[in-house]
Design a protein around this ligand. Structure first.
Ligand SMILES: NC(=O)c1ccc[n+]([C@@H]2O[C@H](COP(=O)([O-])OP(=O)(O)OC[C@H]3O[C@@H](n4cnc5c(N)ncnc54)[C@H](OP(=O)(O)O)[C@@H]3O)[C@@H](O)[C@H]2O)c1
Length: 338
């Protein structure tokens, strides 16, 4: 398979058509196997996946150090192709708690200084605050990233989980390559206002949660035991009756997948890819694979062609507002702009 590439926005870097999100290798989905995580990053680079997404707060630096190790131990040619997309701003406690966001310019530069060290790189390709800091105008946060760009420490400004108004204000401050935001068959909230805004401004979307954190991967089962520190143990969509309802949607998708001879995860990822197809391929899914097996399955989505009849069948099986439960618990939902 030859990896296709996409340009992020009108000013951003050229990246692989699918990016690898590394969060689950360090945090939020229970324990991960370190050696397999590194092998997965290496396999991704080998398959010409160039975009690696992380956050400095994923495992409080653990994820960046893991990526740093994977880059150090990868063949030089692969390492040089890799592009890092880093989120910052989330404030953590030693016990794993979360205590808000810090988007002050001095904090942005401080976060970046540590990220460069942990990743072992001389620049970050796309840098973004994970959530808006309500106490700091976005112009100040983006302005600090622009200063880091001038000094060569960062290449591009990104955004994460912000609404149309913030996107406009950020783009008026500095060129923005992409908005990272949740988008999937069962998380379609960006379609009414946010996606038209990014398209008007020449900004791409790097979509996360394309498998709704595994819920619509076809592998998640009702009886799966989740550790207390697994995000999904507290996510409304994975609870009781909501989970039963949502997994019924997956079974409807499975019928379509089986008819096409592909997996449910591949249908879900291919659907997200298809949503950018008419718009200069402006949607790049970030898949959360943390094993080589899941990575290979995810990349297989690039070979899935969804015909109009397939798309109609998928929409029929999973209508836009079909999911039961919000995508975040209420306290976290209040941090994302809608
Ligand atoms: N900007 C933001 O606010 C934000 C928020 C969340 C994530 N992100 C970024 O987006 C990335 C992806 O997000 P996500 O983790 O929510 O993605 P996701 O791809 O929707 O979910 C990943 C989960 O799906 C499961 N899965 C099952 N089959 C899979 C397959 N074929 N390929 C990949 N995963 C499969 C994994 O399984 P197992 O449990 O079996 O390993 C993993 O737990 C993250 O790593 C992170 O970099 C950004």
């Amino acid at each position: 398979m030859t990896m296709r590439t996409r340009t992020l926005g009108s000013t951003g870097p050229q990246v692989s058509a699918i990016g690898l999100g590394c969060m689950g290798m360090s945090a939020l989905y229970g324990d991960a196997d370190r050696a397999e995580s590194i092998a997965t990053i290496h396999a991704a680079l080998e398959a010409d996946v160039t975009l690696l997404d992380t956050g400095d707060f994923y495992g409080m630096g653990h994820n960046e150090m893991l990526i740093g190790e994977a880059l150090r131990t990868a063949p030089a040619a692969r390492r040089e192709q890799a592009l890092t997309s880093v989120k910052f701003g989330a404030l953590r406690d030693p016990d794993g708690g979360w205590s808000g966001y810090d988007g002050r310019p001095a904090a942005v530069k401080n976060f970046a200084a540590y990220s460069l060290q942990r990743l072992g790189v001389d620049h970050i390709d796309v840098y973004r605050i994970a959530r808006l800091d309500p106490a700091v105008p976005i112009e100040e946060t983006v302005g600090a990233i622009a200063e880091l760009i001038e000094k060569g420490y960062v290449r591009h400004v990104g955004l994460s989980e912000v609404g149309a108004e913030t996107i406009r204000r950020a783009a008026a401050t500095a060129p923005v390559s992409d908005l990272q935001i949740e988008y999937s068959l069962i998380s379609r909230g960006i379609e009414d206002e946010i996606l038209p805004t990014t398209r008007e401004l020449g900004i791409s979307v790097t979509a996360y949660g394309v498998l709704s954190r595994g819920l619509i991967s076809g592998h998640f089962t009702r009886d799966r035991q989740l550790a207390a520190n697994d995000f999904r143990a507290h996510s409304p969509r994975f609870q009781g009756e909501n989970l039963r309802h949502n997994l019924n949607l997956v079974e409807a998708l499975r019928k379509i997948a089986e008819q096409k001879g592909v997996s449910v995860a591949q249908i879900a990822i291919a659907w997200v890819l298809s949503r950018g197809a008419q718009h200069n391929n402006d949607i790049v899914p970030l898949v959360g694979a943390r094993t080589r097996e899941r990575l290979a399955e995810s990349l297989g989505a690039l070979d899935v062609t969804l015909e109009p009849a397939d798309l109609a069948a998928i929409e029929d099986a999973v209508p836009a507002d079909a999911a039961a439960g919000e995508r975040y618990p209420a306290a976290l939902m209040s941090q994302v702009e809608r």
